[in-house]
Design a protein around this ligand. Structure first.
Ligand SMILES: Nc1ncnc2c1ncn2[C@@H]1O[C@H](COP(=O)(O)OP(=O)(O)OP(=O)(O)O)[C@@H](O)[C@H]1O
Length: 201
């Protein structure tokens, strides 16, 4: 499968383009880094790829077809702040069940403990909560994962555990991953190829 953003143009306000003429392609099973200076549009591009924003110019396609407007989105986004990504009024079991039953093997790989399932989001640490957000995004129907500073606020051990689980899952499922990060060492460790937005800033 090929996820392709072609000649993307996007602006939040009139005449102020955040992205212009940006093209990115990711194949199934590939782990690609996305880097660039702060404010140059990495998060915006991730949101466009995952269908949260529609580009003003250009298009996003999955194997040449437009991304689905309804139903489960095959491109999932996990961003830096898990507390903003979950419903505070849902216990973790319900959050996890959003979009399908949890994969027990994946939960174990992510270090999610059974007793956390009955807790509210504010009863978990940031790292524990982020593990749930990752697990929720990794469904069999997920073909691509956009990881936008996904482990930026976590300690090294938690970061390594989460990435080990995600890359193992990606390999087995042939899922493509776009790693958005400021951490050069992380990008170098995880990615086989890097897209640099600097030239578009
Ligand atoms: N909702 C919004 N409304 C208006 N402007 C926005 C909005 N979101 C982002 N921007 C602006 O768009 C530009 C690109 O932001 P974006 O978050 O995509 O950059 P980024 O490369 O991910 O930055 P960082 O590395 O600092 O996270 C910035 O100038 C930002 O101020």
């Amino acid at each position: 499968m090929l996820l392709e953003a072609s000649e993307i143009g996007f602006r939040y306000s009139k005449n102020q383009w955040v992205l212009r003429g940006v093209s990115v392609a990711i194949r199934s099973g590939e782990v690609v880094g996305l880097i660039g200076p702060s404010g140059c549009g990495k998060t915006t591009l991730g949101r466009i790829l995952a269908g949260y924003e529609r580009p003003h110019e250009g298009s996003v396609a999955l194997d040449g077809k437009a991304l689905p407007a309804t139903g489960y989105h095959p491109v999932q986004l996990v961003f830096q702040h898990p507390e903003k990504a979950v419903n505070p009024r849902w216990r973790m079991r319900k959050t996890l069940a959003e979009g399908g039953g949890p994969d027990e093997q994946l939960l174990a790989a992510l270090g999610i403990q059974e007793e956390w399932l009955s807790r509210w989001p504010n009863e978990l640490s940031g790292g524990e909560l982020q593990r749930f957000c990752v697990a929720r995004a990794l469904r069999p129907q997920t073909r691509f994962l956009i990881a936008d500073e996904m482990t930026a606020m976590l300690d090294g051990i938690t970061q390594a555990q989460i990435w080990h689980a995600v890359l193992d899952y990606a390999r087995k499922q042939e899922m493509g991953v776009l790693v958005v990060s400021h951490e050069k060492s992380l990008i170098n460790r995880l990615c086989t190829r890097v897209v640099d937005l600097t030239q578009f800033c």
